[in-house]
Design a protein. Structure first.
Lengths: 168, 168, 168, 168, 168, 168, 168, 168
């Protein structure tokens, strides 16, 4: 485990932790220290700006931001930093989160965010690890291990399903 | 015409004036002075914040903001002011602007914007006039005249179409 | 609290009060008196017309109207008045209310309504307050307080989430 | 040709005649007299109400109404009459007219309209003829002839395409 | 009550009666006799064709047909008759029935169906009554009564909601 | 029952068997032997490639593949074989599986898959049987029987619904 | 080239040949004889039924059917045959053919069609070849050649693009 | 300019360079060397696998991949590497590229890609730069300069628009 906090996971509402906790768990499983907080582009914009600047100074390298609906948070973070920002669109009450998706995906030229799947908290963490793995060798090693675990899980399931369907 | 500038019309790109010019024309036709500028939540966020604060101090009462795609501008303006913000979703290359619509419409609790139709620059101006008409009597008078003009236009078209279809 | 009733909250079905009650609660919390009733553009159009005219004469300044599906109520109210009309699209059984959204949003040139988010009863009330706050100073003060409360809530949640994730 | 005018074709804008002219042509080809006019639920609602009442008194039996976007016209006509109303959603700049479709289709319980396809001016006329054909025998005869013509056209095309593809 | 059966209500699956029963109830409340059966364009096409021809011979004047998904039934009925066909798109597991809507709405030139709202069984019955009311005077009278009942219900709800919100 | 295994049913997750079991049941009811396994284009791509090649060598004639979301499995199988691949889009948390549908349906020129309905496990099996029936006569016979059963079921339901609605 | 006609390509309008000609060209390039005609489920249903029965008797093994909008043709063909039916949704004026897609894709249990991409005339032909290749060895050989050609084309393009971008 | 090639830009069709050229231009403007090639997951999968492995060995750090429709390329690259993969959904003939978006965005747990906007070739390059900037200081400096240029452009446009609207 790196002692230095490399990833910041932010959300506009503490309830979003239900989904985003998977980012924290996955980051830790890959040996990456992270911090988590609540910031809001709409309800507390000055604090948001303050937070982003400090984060970079404190050594944060990747920011994972989530939101739903108008979902401005990841895009506004990207407006105030040159760090890579990973955006997790949350499932919302409108069209399963299509509003969240489009508000994140369609960022204007010059200010990208890296959007992952709806509620994709785990994939956001793995993407952060892939970015960090380019210059943190221990993280790169963890990613290779993860890839092997994924492959093994598929093989186990293949074994399971054959026995299941024999007995059906 | 009020001499005092009451409405600010803002857009993230000078090309958006092609659509938004209709707001300027309509506001003037209703006797309302306005100012127009380019501000961007993503590419020049500090100037945006500065502009919003000054606007209110200079007596602006309603802000009409447009954007397309991720379309954060109206929502971010609303984050920094308690003035009413009217949002005009621009037609975009994705689903005719459904991205612009949803990014504006689905603002979180506490920070509303008033969304009008896609490319609805004229309706944004009329909505601004309806808001101002509550305490500016001359604007209220203009709105009543507009309503009569709309009704007359329908009657003229009804007359036209009958003569057209007789001769077809 | 203003004694004068400034806002009218209307809906086509008494069941809609489940959602729209949040408008009433929010308006009162901002010191704004309101009235509430059931009117229908489709099932009782003559009463609707009567109501709209009387509302203006009785001093109503802003109308909040909701509907779902074909959702004509806000638009038809706007056809009969020059007061600002705020439209709340209700979540419907089709595409989470996309029908309600589009029927409100896409009003034709000349007759705008101010659309907020799906089931956005609270934001409709705050938007009404922003409109009224331009010439009712006490409401303007309440809005500034609301903005501070929103910001404080975010800070509280930020504190909460840090303690939560330490102990996870 | 019936001399009595049985069908009214109405639209909110004289430009809509470009699409709706196909209704007039088809009705006449089926021996049905019709009238055409411009009425608007939003811009001239009082004239609309007047027109609907007179139409029924003058012997109109079916109303074909078109609109685009918020597209309230057919639904508002249905609010003021018990005659069958056929609704033609016009192709609009948003999602090819999905706004027009949903605003017509999703009428509330108690006040139906009969929606046909986007820009379906010809089918609206044929549906009107099917309704009238139940008690106007000459129209019923024309409909049987139309059905045979449709079938013959398919056979002609089948002959054409075979010769075409032989020579390709 | 007319003794003669004037309306046929058909569906591809007996389970659809859960939704379509509202058509039967409404037709009876308007004094219209109807028959109900299961027919399928895909699974029993020959019986479907037989049924449609017999229906017309037996004096059926309007056919209400429902379906979901590919939802070909109303369109295929219209292919085999010149009677007006009312199509009720059923809510389906895909996009709340958008598949059912589009498969019915977008019928090709020459073969219309009259589409009502998703699960709009009651409105289908009222539309049938409006069609029949043109030449069955007793049905026309029932429709006027229905319109008054709808209007009274709105007034009752308006009374209810005022007392409710006083006591909240 | 053919002893030779002719159809392979594959899925990226053993949980998908809940839906896909219907394929197994239907294939067996049509006298077709099949095998089932878990393979993944994303998590175990090398095993997937191995499996596809072996499948063809072992005499598999049709592959039924399912997936959800990005849903690459059927398309990637088609990249590695010239056997017909039937794709079953699974209902997903986003827009009821519209993501699964489009990822399968919109395969590029040169590499088709045969897409059936969302969760259409039964229809995938019947389509496989239709393909196999062209050169396996016993399967062709079973398909004719199935078609008769479908038709009988409709007739039974027609009988049921009449008795039901008499007694309502 | 097989002399026997194995594939039937059908469309409801001779204009559809513009898109579907690609099916004919591709089938011929794979050594498969086909016939082409115009049939319509809605405008000439009796001829359609006649055609389908004769097709099977004449030795047709696969039917490629196209349509747009309500797009019933492939599904209705499947209702009358146990041959595999490949459905090509045509791009339509509504949502780029989403209506065509859903009307084909969402066929009810028991009556599948094999849907390919919008305007996917070429892929429909290749899918037909994959089905026929199972028992026509010459077609199977052609498919292997096609797969190699596809791969070579990619390699050529890779060579091209490098030279292009060196000189930019 | 780094001499070492750090970014690979890949596409399934040489025509896609029209859109993706903007990635090359932007990367070079930020001092980043890149290579470009054509690879295809569907038509040349073995070459694709070969390319990905070699790319990593040759020192590539970030892969930008584009595709349209089923759009499997970025996801399949991610299946074979732990490098960060940036996915650019291309505008397609279906719903402006919604198919491309969903096929990229909705990658399954364990195998993320970083999706940017439709045709977002420039933003893909900037995101690549943000990732590389974490450990390549010269790139980090270029990004700060870019952010200042973006802000200056907004100010210039603001100056332009004022002079334009004065003279209108």
């Amino acid at each position: 485990m790196n002692d230095k906090v490399l990833v910041s996971v932010v959300m506009p509402n503490e309830k979003d932790l239900e989904v985003m906790n998977e980012s924290l768990v996955t980051l830790r499983s890959l040996g990456i220290s992270c911090e988590v907080t609540v910031i809001s582009a709409h309800r507390a914009p000055h604090q948001m700006i303050e937070y982003i600047k400090n984060a970079k100074e404190r050594g944060i390298e990747v920011i994972i931001a989530t939101a739903k609906g108008a979902a401005h948070l990841p895009g506004m973070i990207a407006a105030f930093t040159t760090l890579p920002v990973i955006a997790v669109p949350l499932k919302s009450p409108l069209l399963d989160g299509l509003d969240s998706i489009l508000s994140m995906l369609q960022m204007p030229d010059g200010v990208p965010v890296a959007t992952v799947s709806v509620n994709g908290a785990r994939n956001a963490a793995i993407l952060a690890a892939q970015i960090l793995g380019l210059h943190h060798d221990n993280i790169s090693v963890e990613l290779e291990r993860l890839k092997m675990r994924l492959s093994s899980e598929v093989e186990e399931q293949a074994a399971n399903i054959k026995s299941k369907s024999f007995t059906q």
